[in-house]
Design a protein around this ligand. Structure first.
Ligand code: BGC
Length: 864
């Protein structure tokens, strides 16, 4: 077998239809025999029937290579394939399968569409009943291909000739609409026909003008002008074209949705569905003309990541009949999504669905939802079996109550949990010999899925679901292992920059909802540091320097701001700081009152961000900046030590988070580091392994212990089951990561704090340590071009494994410890190399292929 390159991919797109990059970067993975090393490639493109090639390029690279040809034009498609040469090889590999990249509408002037919507929605407190929009058109020749480009003010769903377009949910997602409004592109060739056609759209408030945020929230955040902007490009068999765009010909009417809101839920009356409304021939005489306005195409952007979709369906694991048409359903898993029902009953009957994450005293417990009602209702048309799922709302829940059910039982398939989130590719797995740790990891995966819903949210259930910057800042390394979230986060980081204030302040959450305590935003550490640290995480995990370049200005403006705030003393000791948010010792109503001084946290983060900014500048070849910020980082470190390191080697906050940050952020040297490590380990032992860290300390404490030679204490923390600890929620039956260490108290009641979610990923950031340290799989060079395999068994575990789809291919590690014998198998993908550090400290370099080692000794030749 020789090398076989897989079909190329473009940027971070899962589906490269309607891309916004005129010169999309190209990557591919290669499968080849063990030890094969790439030395060259040839890329070939076919566009407009003409073929062009790069010829043989002498380079071992295969990740995010610059587009080597003329940029794509709007709507242009190109087929790209690749072949490769190995070191010393004269003959190339066979060509890969080709893959197609197709540009969307790249320029504002490509848009002929107007923004069209119902005139009645204009008023701020107008009737919130969602409209339907429609228009007919005819095509007089056979269609070769057709693309529908669309976006909306609000959320939308399109139909052509009675059939739904695509499977995206909650499109266009949530961006800073005034500056960035995302447009999607769909292939609708198969939905069209010669003759009469119709196109229709559902429209609803969504983030654009629905209620958002806590304490009652805000409406009409971006405007009141609910509108669809769509443009259908038809190419006929004979090469001619026709464009059907939203214009004054469209008509608006009411549909069956009486009300829908992201928090509130959806109310649907099936009797009010105008049957056939998105098909030709429907009588829309009673509908109104639409109001039209310019589309504002200069703010349109193409998606960088995948859309939200239903990715899985869950069936109830428990159905309890409560009498009188009332049932309590347990889906066995907390997640984000909504229910689909299948029901037969009399016309006019209403089925009500209520959602909650937990039960208390055998009933739904909805207090933690605060102002999010999370209730859907369906009123039957009475036309046989009716199937319904809400379209424009989403809930975070495990349990549901069904009321008004017409039958005596709920049969399998009658009520299904449709799990919804951004449809990212799963790239990481972990397992180990302790089932509780495995469940902890599974809970991290579910909290990732539940909170990657177009933006990285804090939680999926209550009246927030906001892009809290601190949460994703600490969690991004874990997420980037589990899922390919590079396009998703790169897009959201553009919004971070869009919302960044003139002076560099990064908001607490993005997009911003103005007008409460958190706005205008004030700068705060950990949260604001997302501007520097999250682009770096993406670079480290994918090798993408593009995200560093795109975010450089935003990152620098953040560090410059903190530098000004800290002043010549280099200590950031002012302002609103949430510090080690949710330290378990903080009172429930005051989560920022942690054991570690909030300003110690702020200065430690200042040093860490300055250091990363210097590194970013170095990677980007900005040498002056690299030097300047490295010097700044050194000065902040000095200032930190002068202010916080006492004579006896202890820190001014003698608390776990303080030591963990100082160690992990490289603020200590030699002896200082040893003393801090020893004290940290001592504090962990004194606490009996119970957790004593919040948002700032939790992601770093196990690494800090590992790094200072206290692996045993790291395992003590990991394996503790009492409250608070990582495994405590697992012992309480948790299926997701909780916001608080004790979101549910040991007596089974819900924490009385007004902020109590059961689905927040931040405290699950320990999974990154599980991957890198327990299993032992980490990037050694950006994008895993070199992979560090450094398993550190402990805590009585007898095995662990991790697997990650790197930009080069799958890397994996699997170790066992039996009868004192340690055995490990590692897999290095083609194009990468590995560095294996065995528990006894011996180091081996390994080439691509599969290798097995026992007790630190190479057992045999590579097996794969
Ligand atoms: C959110 C967070 C967030 C925090 C900061 C909470 O309401 O759910 O996770 O980071 O507020 O104040």
């Amino acid at each position: 077998m020789s090398a076989v390159p897989a079909r190329p991919t473009f940027e971070h797109h899962r589906e490269a239809l309607g891309v916004g990059e005129a010169a999309p970067r190209i990557s591919w993975r290669t499968t080849a025999p063990a030890g094969w090393a790439p030395a060259g490639y040839e890329l070939e493109v076919t566009r407009d029937g003409a073929v062009a090639s790069t010829g043989r390029v002498a380079s071992p690279d295969s990740v995010l290579l610059d587009w080597p040809w003329e940029p794509l034009r709007s709507r242009e498609a190109a087929d790209v394939r690749v072949r490769v040469w190995g070191e010393g090889e004269q003959e190339p590999s066979p060509w890969s399968e080709p893959s197609t990249v197709e540009a969307g509408l790249l320029h504002p002037q490509d848009w002929a569409a107007l923004a069209v919507g119902p005139a009645w929605a204009e008023e701020a407190d107008s009737d919130r009943r969602p409209p339907l929009l429609r228009r007919e058109f005819s095509l007089d020749r056979p269609v070769r291909s057709a693309r529908l480009h669309a976006t909306a003010h609000g959320v939308f769903r399109l139909e052509v000739n009675g059939r739904r377009v695509g499977t995206d949910e909650l499109a266009p997602g949530w961006t800073v609409y005034g500056e960035r409004l995302r447009c999607s592109t769909h292939d609708v060739t198969d939905l069209l026909r010669t003759g009469s056609n119709a196109i229709g759209s559902w429209l609803a408030d969504g983030w654009y003008r629905g209620r958002l945020g806590f304490h009652g929230g805000h409406r009409n955040l971006y405007g009141t002008d609910l509108a669809l902007i769509a443009q259908l490009h038809v190419v006929f068999e004979d090469g001619s074209e026709q464009v059907i765009a939203t214009d004054g010909e469209w008509r608006a009417g009411f549909g069956p949705i009486l009300f829908t809101g992201l928090y509130e839920g959806e109310h649907y009356d099936a009797r009010a569905l105008p049957r056939g409304w998105s098909e030709p021939g429907f009588d829309d005489a009673a509908w109104s003309p639409v109001r039209t306005a310019p589309a504002g195409a200069e703010r349109f952007v193409a998606p960088q990541g995948p859309p939200v979709r239903c990715t899985e369906e869950l069936l109830p694991v428990g159905v309890e009949a409560k009498g009188n048409g009332r049932f309590l359903l347990d889906f066995g898993q907390n997640a984000a999504g909504r229910l689909r029902i299948r029901v037969r009953g009399e016309e006019g009957r209403t089925v009500t669905l209520t959602h909650a994450e937990v039960l208390q005293d055998g009933e739904l417990y909805t207090r933690p939802l605060r102002g999010a009602e999370s209730r859907d209702t369906y009123t039957l048309a009475g036309v046989g079996v009716e199937e319904w799922e809400p379209a424009f709302t989403i809930h975070g829940f495990r349990y549901a109550q069904v009321e008004g059910w017409p039958a005596a039982t709920i049969e399998p398939g009658d009520v299904v949990f449709r799990v919804l989130h951004t449809d990212m590719e799963r790239t990481g797995e972990f397992s180990c010999s302790d089932p509780l740790v495995e469940r902890l990891h599974e809970n991290v995966v579910w909290s990732t899925r539940s909170n990657f819903v177009d933006i990285p949210t804090d939680c999926p259930q209550r009246d927030e679901r906001l892009g809290w910057t601190g949460d994703i800042q600490v969690f991004a390394p874990t997420a980037a292992f589990l899922y390919d979230c590079s396009g998703f986060l790169a897009s959201w980081l553009r919004d971070v920059e869009a919302e960044q204030l003139e002076d560099g302040t990064v908001p607490w959450y993005v997009p911003v909802i103005p007008g409460d305590f958190w706005t205008p935003p004030k700068p705060g550490a950990v949260w604001g540091d997302v501007a520097v640290l999250t682009p770096w995480t993406l670079y480290e995990r994918t090798g993408d320097t593009g995200v560093l370049a795109a975010q450089y200005d935003s990152a620098r403006r953040w560090v410059d701001l903190v530098e000004r705030l800290a002043g010549p003393g280099r200590l950031w000791d002012t302002g609103v700081q949430l510090g080690d948010w949710l330290d378990p010792a903080a009172p429930p109503e005051s989560p920022a009152d942690a054991r570690t001084d909030r300003y110690l946290v702020a200065t430690a983060y200042f040093a860490w961000s300055a250091r990363h900014l210097a590194e970013t500048a170095r990677v980007l070849g900005r040498d002056d900046d690299a030097q300047r910020y490295a010097a700044l980082a050194d000065e902040v470190r000095e200032a930190f030590l002068a202010a916080h390191l006492r004579e006896d080697g202890l820190l001014s906050s003698d608390a776990q988070t303080a030591y963990a940050l100082a160690i992990r952020f490289g603020l200590l040297s030699g002896e200082q580091q040893r003393t801090a490590g020893a004290r940290l380990a001592e504090l962990v032992r004194e606490a009996g392994g119970r957790i004593a860290t919040g948002f700032a300390g939790t992601p770093v404490i196990c690494d800090a212990l590992t790094q200072t030679g206290h692996l045993e204490e790291a395992y003590l923390l990991l394996l503790e089951r009492g409250c608070p600890s990582w495994l405590y929620p697992v012992t309480m039956g948790a299926t997701t990561i909780w916001e608080r260490w004790d979101s549910m108290l040991p007596d089974g009641t819900v924490n009385p704090g007004e902020m109590t979610s059961f689905n927040h990923y931040a405290l699950g950031a320990v999974a990154d340590w599980l991957h890198r340290v327990v299993a032992g799989l980490a990037p050694d060079e950006p994008g895993y071009r070199s992979i560090l395999f450094h398993p550190r068994p402990g805590g009585g575990l007898t095995s662990a494994s991790a697997r990650h789809l790197t930009p080069y291919g799958t890397a994996s590690i699997e170790w066992t410890l039996q009868g004192g014998e340690f055995a490990v198998t590692v897999q290095v993908p083609t194009g990468a190399t590995g560095r294996l550090v065995l528990p006894d400290g011996t180091t081996q370099r390994v080439l691509s292929g599969t290798h097995r080692f026992t007790s630190g000794v190479l057992a045999a030749d590579p097996v794969g």
